[in-house]
Design a protein around this ligand. Structure first.
Ligand code: GLA
Length: 347
């Protein structure tokens, strides 16, 4: 807390380099935090327990009733939607007094770079949530966000946002709930490209994919331990394809970590392209726009590989490139060269 009584926190967004729709089946992912993120400033008020929230991106402030921040009312009852994530962070931190929260973000909102998780965690840290155990904070943020928006997300975003290290991706084992940093080679760069396509089906179809994976696991056992041969036991061809994405994506993620560690940028890029094919074909979470954007990126000199990142159904794609690779004007409305950044900070 500063001399003027203000507490500030920053939580980065994340981009997932490889391993999508694997976290909620206990599999592997390799995300990294990015420099874009959410800053929250908290100024405790002289009295009362209600919270007044302002956001640089929103015209109107929102007043959160005391019951939200003390956990007696669900954050899902809060409107508008963006304020629900603030309510989730407040419910996690339980500040015990009122005041003003000012939110500003450099992340594109709702584009698959974890803007909502970044907001939940920045609010929680600004309000003084304990952060000594990153896994505990990640679990608490996951539960708070699920209560706010009802989407049964895994732990990928939260762990990436709290535990990332500068210069590194994190190889997450979502079964053991462990992770280790994987340094990105000096001669590769990461570019995030916004498709401009809203993720219309993200919430409903995400839950449907998750249920399909649970159903497949009832037949063959945990997908993180299943082999491709085991999947022959699944009679339903759609279910079998969903499970094949997960099993093959886990292998690709481990191979990707090895390729990065060996400085094999071309090999890492090929695995990203294969991941895209699997997300588009077996898991059916890509879109025509995402497919075209990845194909456009792949056709450029200096691009090693490209894929949709995060839940899919629109949002952003990520490419591994040679440093300094420029995208031609007109390929996409917005793109960002990003560097692997450290996790969330308070103070
Ligand atoms: C969203 C979820 C994550 C993860 C990805 C897909 O970002 O919040 O938990 O499941 O989709 O990999």
């Amino acid at each position: 807390m500063t001399a003027c009584g203000e507490q500030r926190a920053f939580a980065p967004g994340r981009v997932n380099l490889l391993g999508d729709h694997t976290d909620y089946t206990g599999g592997f992912s390799l995300p990294m935090a990015i420099g874009l993120g959410t800053t929250v400033r908290w100024r405790p008020g002289p009295g009362g327990t209600s919270l007044r929230i302002t956001s640089d991106d929103e015209a109107e402030p929102v007043e959160l009733a005391p019951g939200i921040a003390d956990g007696s009312q669900p954050p899902s009852a809060v409107g508008p939607r963006w304020a629900r994530y603030v309510a989730a962070g407040a419910a996690l931190a339980r500040p015990g007094r009122g005041g003003e929260l000012a939110v500003s973000s450099t992340l594109p909102i709702g584009s698959g770079l974890s803007s909502s998780t970044s907001l939940v965690i920045a609010v929680a840290l600004a309000l003084g949530a304990a952060s000594s155990d990153p896994l505990e904070l990640a679990h608490a943020a996951q539960a708070a966000e699920q209560a706010a928006c009802g989407v049964p997300g895994g732990l990928l975003d939260q762990i990436a946002i709290v535990a990332s290290r500068p210069g590194c991706g994190l190889l997450l084992d979502c079964g053991r709930l462990t992770w280790r940093p994987v340094r990105l080679p000096e001669d590769v760069a990461v570019v995030v490209v916004d498709s401009g396509e809203a993720r219309a089906l993200a919430a409903s179809s995400y839950g449907e994919r998750r249920r399909a994976c649970d159903e497949a696991a009832r037949i063959v056992g945990p997908l993180a331990q299943a082999s491709l041969a085991d999947l022959a036991q699944i009679a339903d061809p759609v279910l079998r394809r969903r499970a094949r994405h997960v099993v093959s994506e886990n292998r690709r993620t481990l191979a990707f970590a090895d390729a990065l560690a060996a400085g094999d940028a071309a090999g890492a890029g090929r695995l990203m392209d294969e991941s895209h094919a699997s997300l588009a074909g077996d898991f059916a979470v890509s879109t025509r726009r995402l497919d075209e954007l990845c194909a456009g990126l792949r056709s450029l000199p200096g691009v090693h590989g490209a894929r949709p990142t995060g839940a899919g159904f629109g949002g952003c794609v990520v490419a591994l490139t040679e440093p300094g690779t420029e995208l031609p004007p007109g390929l996409a409305p917005r793109w960002w060269p990003v560097r692997p950044a450290g996790g969330a900070t308070a103070g």
